[in-house]
Design a protein around this ligand. Structure first.
Ligand code: F6R
Length: 613
């Protein structure tokens, strides 16, 4: 995800910005830029050399002026517009006096851009962010100071932002604001800083303050003042930070895994941003496939590996139910070698966090060779899978560092369900009211995921009692089945314990023979329609001496009769349950792994991106 940094009142603005950007590199990015500001002049440099962009920017800055006291810098993770220098931040207004950097997504950028172009503004990038520079330009022309101009501009903006703006007519001021995307302010003698993440300014600032949603801050060398976007004064909360750099990069968490598990509400939220127009149409700016092409789809094949394969399995239920298209899900490494049938109208969707998994890439190449149209679902902009596909939908989970995938899974499910809704809209298989309802259910998921995360202590307490266990069976029905598979995979990877996922109905067709005292059965039991059936399955395993853990809805009053331990989750529509129910299963795997002293970020024998067949 994008990173931002800014400083006013520095004797070494360039050094502060470049070092700060280097410290933001760990978040993942594809381009970078800075703007240095002094009275009457803005000096800007940008570079788009993938993960080498900050190094390239450093070279670009060899001729940068040394005496500019203020500036802003940005590492970009492309969402709107390719990762090219022209789309890298900072963006300027028409006069070149206003410079902005932005992390997040401006949902109504299309309307705002049209309006601004109509009034004579010239855009130089295809980003959503640039509209803010031009909105502020207009308000400045009306005589408003930078704070008020930025405040009024942001009142017109829908979406998420951590944003900083400078104007070379007020060179000692940076105005920064936040909604959803994180923002911190730091103070030190004679200089004031801002950043998306503490590591960027850890060794420069002495005190740190958190900016909350819908707050706007005016930074000067002497300090800062903050107001709400409604204009009312607010006090920023001071953060007590005694972190070293490594801890700061993990956001204060013990490891990347727990940080990434905690980021899941944002991963879903960001993936859903700006996907629905005011008239209810689901849109993907980056899709590169026309409505007519999507309407011609007769059959869908999803190919993926590991966790992404589990997200694809969830998508089968959503696409079949909502878009009434027949869907097959294939393990990517199997698809390629079994002479797959590709008929006219076959849409192949390759799902991958990294976008670099060779099995998935080879499967989509094979599908293209046989005439299929291919859509990539990728978490990395411009990854090989995304580049080679005919179309792409990006998940916006941000960089995943921990080897085992967590936040990418929930973002993939959200993106695939959105695509299912779009297909349903185009095929007329859902009414507009039904699409609206499901979209609203999707947008409520981040809140429910946050509730499930807040119950970590309950999960830990269960895990602490089961550290001696060696055999796990994860069961589920309907979308609870891929959720169970993913829960089992997380436990295997993180703990090295034997864990298998099964469709609960399959139990009596074989695996029941393995159930005996000491075996732990984890059941995803949240689907009300399937509930009675799951209860019978649990009664069967209980009768054979297994210990039962059930993931169950808050309202479920009967589950206690068959489960030894119940992990409660808030109730959501069945199709949304995988994104919520996976949370206690991830937390459980994490807690057991920690209890057993495993390296949760780097499990043995595994690589984050598998680029060999
Ligand atoms: C499991 C995990 C792997 C990946 C798989 C595919 O936690 O991380 O199973 O999901 O290797 O990787 P991507 O999604 O990058 O194609």
């Amino acid at each position: 995800m994008c990173g931002i940094i800014g400083v006013v009142g520095s004797s070494n603005t360039l050094g502060t910005l470049l070092e700060g950007l280097e410290r933001l590199e760990y978040r993942g990015y594809d381009s970078a830029g800075i703007a240095l500001v002094r009275h009457g002049h803005t000096w800007r440099a940008r570079a788009a050399s993938g993960t080498e962009s900050v190094a390239a920017l450093r070279s670009e800055c060899a001729s940068a002026p040394a005496d500019y006291p203020s500036g802003i810098g940005h590492t970009r993770w492309a969402t709107h517009g390719a990762p090219e220098a022209v789309n890298a931040h900072p963006h300027l207004d028409c006069s070149g006096q206003v410079a902005i950097i932005h992390n997040g997504i401006i949902e109504n950028h299309v309307e705002l851009r049209a309006e601004l172009v109509e009034r004579g503004h010239t855009f130089t990038s295809v980003t959503d962010s640039e509209v803010v520079a031009h909105l502020i330009e207009e308000l400045r022309a009306q005589g408003l100071d930078l704070l008020e101009a930025a405040r009024q501009a942001l009142l017109r903006v829908r979406g998420a932002f951590a944003l900083a703006v400078m104007d070379c007519r007020e060179p000692d001021v940076i105005v920064a604001a936040r909604r959803i995307s994180p923002l911190v302010v730091g103070t030190a003698d004679g200089a004031t800083y801002l950043a998306s993440d503490v590591p960027a300014i850890l060794d420069r600032a002495q005190s740190f303050y958190a900016v909350n949603d819908d707050e706007i801050v005016r930074l000067t060398p002497a300090g800062f003042m903050a107001i709400g976007l409604d204009g009312a004064p607010v006090r920023l909360r001071q953060l007590h930070i005694d972190w070293d750099l490594e801890t700061a990069e993990k956001g204060g968490f013990d490891d990347f895994m727990s940080k990434e598990i905690s980021e899941q509400p944002d991963a879903v939220r960001a993936t859903l941003l700006d996907r629905r127009r005011a008239d209810g149409t689901i849109v993907f700016d980056e899709l590169r496939m026309s409505d007519d092409e999507l309407r011609e789809v007769k059959r869908v094949v999803l190919v993926a590996c590991g966790t992404s394969h589990h997200a694809a399995q969830v998508a089968k239920y959503a696409i079949e139910r909502w878009a009434r298209l027949s869907v097959d899900v294939d393990i990517a490494s199997e698809y390629r070698y079994r002479d797959p049938i590709v008929e006219i109208g076959t849409l192949v969707i390759g799902v991958s966090q990294s976008g670099e998994t060779i099995d998935t890439i080879q499967a989509t190449r094979e599908a293209q060779r046989r005439g299929a149209r291919v859509v990539a679902i990728s978490n990395v902009v411009d990854a090989s899978l995304a580049r080679e596909a005919d179309a792409v939908v990006y998940t916006r989970a941000g960089l995943e560092v921990s080897v085992a995938s967590t936040k990418a899974f929930v973002a993939q499910v959200a993106a695939l369900e959105l695509l299912a809704l779009r297909l349903a809209q185009l095929r007329g298989t859902l009414t507009p009211a039904q699409v609206d309802l499901h979209f609203a259910q999707l947008t409520s998921v981040p809140g429910h995921v946050a509730t499930a995360l807040a119950r970590e202590a309950d999960v830990k307490a269960v895990a602490a009692q089961l550290l001696d266990a060696h055999d796990y069976f994860f069961l589920g029905r309907h979308v609870g089945f891929p959720t169970a598979l993913e829960g089992a995979l997380k436990l295997k990877e993180l703990t090295y314990l034997h864990a298998e996922g099964y469709a609960a109905g399959e139990l009596k067709h074989g695996p029941l023979a393995l159930i005996e005292p000491g075996v732990i059965v984890v059941a995803v039991a949240t689907d009300p329609v399937m509930h009675e059936k799951i209860l019978s399955n649990l009664a069967e395993v209980k009768a054979r001496g297994a210990t039962v853990i059930a993931v169950a809805r808050d309202e479920d009053t009967v589950i206690d009769a068959v489960a030894d331990f119940v992990l409660r989750v808030p109730s959501v529509d069945a199709m949304m349950t995988p994104m919520v129910d996976i949370v206690p299963l991830q937390l459980f795997a994490y807690a057991v792994a920690r209890g057993l002293g495993r390296n949760v970020d780097r499990p043995r024998n595994l690589a984050k991106t598998v680029t060999v067949e």
